[in-house]
Design a protein around this ligand. Structure first.
Ligand code: BTN
Length: 331
């Protein structure tokens, strides 16, 4: 671990003063190196009090999404597979390059800003600097694409848990991949697969998650203002992005171990938090027929059971998008 990271972790681990001598011994570095790290942290916006004979105490820190910050919440060996970037076109794109070069299972890419964030159906994902968490996670799987078709819904359930572990508020899900607070979309998930055409075997499975954390409502582009929200704008609560990013990684690691056998807890939570059940919805994509439709249930495989209101006919849909009247401004 770099000295700066180590010093920050030592300060974070204690509410009280930590002596420079103790830090230098624990990290196995000189007192001068500790002093230098403290000055660098202060220059980076950390408020650190220094008192003679007592040592250093961390008073506050900026809401940074850096490796040092995230390292305070995760084990050192886990951090070896976490790459933090201040800006990148898209974390999914960066991770697919790393996957091609041989990155291992559980590799994570996080960015403080994306300049070409990707959303579903070829849309973009607005990813301003310092406001959200843009995180991609690599799962190395040898199955066929069909075998992992549920992974986006599993991820939604895992992210509900991760977000709720950092604040007191309830997160809901709009089938299949939008996370909702206060009827606004605060997060989206985009799973991208690369598949070898002959064997149909997955080469890489990349799960990308974008969470709006700190935006005020008026900071979203005008065309998104009726639908988009952030954790801050919808709950008034300030979440430290590094802590939430660490919880996301923990939840994704657990999901990676649980998939596909321990489905029950993901399915239960997903069903419990599904916003659209019982609602009249509108379908878009290939499923669109123009007929009024009702969302009936989430099936065992996370597909959506719908009922055509005119004919009473039911159908299970696996792809596409639904809109619900009144939910983030849908008309
Ligand atoms: C959607 O709601 O349409 C899905 C949005 C997914 C955005 C995330 S941000 C991290 C990762 N990198 C990307 O370019 N997209 C995903």
């Amino acid at each position: 671990m770099a000295t700066k990271e180590g010093v920050l972790a030592a300060l974070k681990a204690s509410d009280d003063y930590v002596s420079g001598e103790w830090i230098s011994e624990t990290l196995g570095v000189s007192r001068m190196a500790v002093n230098k790290a403290i000055r660098a942290l202060q220059a980076g916006g950390y408020e650190i009090e220094a008192v003679n004979r007592l040592g250093y105490r961390l008073l506050s820190g900026p809401d940074l999404l850096t490796k040092e910050e995230i390292a305070a919440y995760l084990k050192e060996e886990r951090m070896e597979r976490v790459l933090c970037l201040s800006t990148t076109p898209s974390t999914n794109l960066k991770l697919s390059e790393l996957a091609y070069e041989g990155a291992s299972d559980g590799q994570v890419v996080i960015a403080d800003e994306q300049t070409k964030g990707r959303g579903r159906r070829g849309r973009g994902f607005v990813s301003p600097k310092g406001k959200g968490i843009y995180l991609s996670y690599l799962m190395r799987r040898k199955e066929t694409p069909e075998a992992v078709s549920e992974i986006t819904a599993w991820t939604a359930a895992a992210m509900i848990r991760a977000i709720e572990s950092c604040l007191s508020a309830r997160v809901s899900v709009k089938w299949v991949n939008d996370l909702i607070m206060n009827r606004k979309k605060i997060a989206g998930i985009l799973t991208e697969l690369s598949v070898e055409s002959e064997s149909r075997q997955i080469q890489s499975l990349i799960i990308g998650i974008g969470i709006n954390v700190n935006e005020e409502r008026e900071e979203f582009p005008e065309e998104l203002q009726t639908m988009a929200g952030s954790i801050l704008s919808e709950t008034g609560q300030q979440v430290r992005r590094a802590e939430l990013a660490a919880q996301m990684i923990r939840a994704l690691d657990k999901m990676n171990r649980d998939f596909p056998l321990r489905k029950e807890e993901y399915l239960r939570l997903y069903r419990e938090r599904s916003l659209i059940l019982g609602e009249s919805i509108s379908l878009s994509g290939a499923e669109m027929t123009g007929e009024p439709v009702k969302a009936l249930a989430i099936n065992e495989d996370f597909s959506l059971k719908i009922q055509y209101e005119n004919s009473g006919r039911t159908e299970d849909i696996r792809t596409g998008e639904v809109s619900v009247r009144g939910l983030y401004g849908y008309i």
